[in-house]
Design a protein around this ligand. Structure first.
Ligand code: GDP
Length: 528
């Protein structure tokens, strides 16, 4: 077996998805604890605080109590290398989350036992379904009263349309929580409070028939448990690896993240069964992870991580081959070789200089705006990874300066912020307006705040007559020219220089589409 195959097979790259407050941050913290990456719970929050200190605009994040940055954490566990890609929690930052999900091989869904399937869970599930991403489910907060577990699985199956295969099953709930039974190994893990800093589930019995178990949980409870297990095993699906890998079935675990309970069975199962790096489609061919040459794509840009240096970090998911510090790679979009100097890896505790990286890993490449979301790197081959979406924004504002002399800075700021992908920047062909598009209204506040903090520009955002945008494609040069001429008043270019139709209303868009059947109006700019 080649080094690349061996290293690829060890990798597990995933993201946690959940409705805000279900316990994603807490669970992340416990996973890192098992990975030996942190010694004490609380460190993830600590890390957040440290980042606030380095980047001034994140004060806004703090004030609003939201998380707008996502990061990458790598840790070893049980002979595997786990890459956990964090997704921002706030609903307004959905786009970023979508793109993170294109860079993983599987996902972990966290559900609050009392709340069940929530609105954001549904949305994220839709995104996972687009690529049939395999999903494991962790039902959290079992130390509190919540919905009946059987009803909850039913809810997941009907609302999310995915088969559930419980792998652990709770013994009691809330104040009566005694533990979980592992339905595959038969083991019983007892719940003991105050163990939230230790790495092991404390007391484990080999089966529910262990005579000592009765003494611990009581005869009544044990007898109820036996009845319930019979019911569950009769009524639910058993774990099927293929169905899980195809995204049709989700293995389900129960526990309490804050008490670090039920997390270890989840992690053990995860590293064993979650898929290693998968083949990826490109414009030319599918790329296999065990190919010898390095390929990868950029799914996220973070600007000004360090305001002193105005640097931007492009997060690249390695899809095949081996990355080595200082190597050159071919940047397909510009057609140029680029030295990947000082690339970062993301060992959980800190950012570090990458020595090497393998399929499934993420590296951070410093640059000054040459790299965009969706860009592909190879060792010379010309193809692009497909499927990294750029969504059509739904809200539009015109940027207005309080100090007209700062126009250059404003333009630069808007361009750079839009490289991160949360907002999009348009310039109409026929006017000097600078228009910002976003999927959520909060993003205009974030943009105004960052323009001021990072670019020294005082701008406000005011309403503008744009209802929606479409990227324009046309196979015939002549038709396109004609279309441009007739519709110049409604056309603009985006930050990447692509032609975009800025529709003043939905009706207008519909009419234009009917009038120009040869022109394609694309709602997403699939970076290809
Ligand atoms: P996120 O928004 O999904 O990242 O959620 P957090 O991890 O920040 O958790 C939201 C709240 O739920 C916090 O107050 C946590 O302390 C709490 N929480 C997380 N896990 C548990 C749990 O297992 N039991 C209880 N009772 N609370 C929890």
């Amino acid at each position: 077996m080649s080094d690349v195959s061996r290293q690829a097979l060890r990798r597990r790259t995933f993201a946690i998805i959940s409705h805000p407050d279900a316990g994603k941050t807490t669970l992340t913290e416990k996973l890192l604890l098992f990975g030996g990456a942190i010694q004490m719970a609380g460190s993830v929050k600590g890390r957040k605080a440290a980042r606030h200190a380095t980047s001034d605009w994140m004060k806004l994040e703090q004030e609003r109590g939201i998380s707008v940055t996502s990061s990458v954490m790598q840790f070893p566990y049980d002979g595997r290398i786990v890459n956990l890609l964090d997704t921002p929690g706030h609903a307004d930052f959905g786009e970023d989350t979508y793109r993170v999900l294109t860079a993983v091989d599987s996902a972990l869904m966290v559900i609050d036992v009392a709340k069940g399937v929530e609105e954001r869970t549904i949305k994220l599930m839709e995104v996972c379904r687009m690529r049939d991403t395999p999903i494991m489910t962790f039902i959290n907060k079992l130390d509190r009263e919540g919905k009946d577990p059987i009803e909850l699985l039913d809810e997941v199956e009907t609302v999310l349309g995915i088969q559930c295969a419980p792998v652990t099953w709770p013994i009691g709930m809330g104040k009566r929580l005694k533990g979980v039974v592992h339905l595959i190994s038969g083991e019983v893990h007892l719940y003991e409070q105050g163990r939230n800093f230790t790495r092991q589930d404390s007391t484990i019995f080999a089966s529910i028939d262990d005579p000592l178990l009765e003494a611990r949980i009581g005869a009544d409870m044990l007898s109820d448990l036996r009845d319930e297990l019979e019911l569950v095993q009769g009524a639910s699906h058993s774990f099927d690896l293929d169905a899980y890998h195809a995204g049709r079935q989700t293995p389900v675990f129960f526990g309490s993240a804050v008490n670090n309970f039920g997390v270890q069975p989840l992690l053990d199962f995860f590293v064993k069964h979650a898929p290693p790096p998968q083949p990826r489609e490109t414009t030319e061919r599918a790329v296999m992870p065990d190919e010898a040459k390095l390929t990868g794509f950029v799914f996220k840009i973070q600007a000004n991580m360090d305001p002193q240096h105005r640097d931007r970090v492009a997060f690249m998911r390695v899809c095949s081959g081996r990355f080595e510090a200082g190597m050159k790679a071919f940047h397909v979009r510009s057609g140029k070789e680029m030295k990947l100097a000082n690339a970062l890896t993301f060992m959980a505790s800190d950012r570090e200089i990458a020595v090497e990286a393998w399929p499934g890993d993420v590296i951070g490449i410093h640059n000054h705006g040459t790299i965009s979301i969706g860009d592909t790197f190879t060792e010379g081959e010309r193809f692009s990874f497909t499927g990294i979406p750029n969504f059509a924004p739904e809200l539009f504002r015109r940027a207005r300066l309080r100090d007209p002399l700062k126009l250059k800075q404003l333009q630069k700021g808007l361009e750079q912020l839009s490289e991160e992908g949360a907002t999009q920047f348009f310039r109409p062909l026929m006017s000097n307006d600078l228009i910002l598009g976003a999927v959520g209204v909060l993003q205009f506040d974030v943009a105004a705040y960052r323009l001021k903090a990072e670019y020294g520009v005082d701008a406000i955002f005011e309403p503008v007559g744009v209802a929606t945008t479409r990227w324009i494609h046309c196979d015939s040069e002549k038709k396109l020219e004609e279309f441009r001429e007739k519709n110049a008043a409604n056309l603009g270019i985006d930050a990447a220089g692509e032609l975009v139709y800025l529709a003043p209303s939905r009706v207008n868009l519909q009419l234009a589409q009917e009038r120009w059947p040869d022109v394609r109006f694309a709602a997403t700019r699939e970076t290809a």
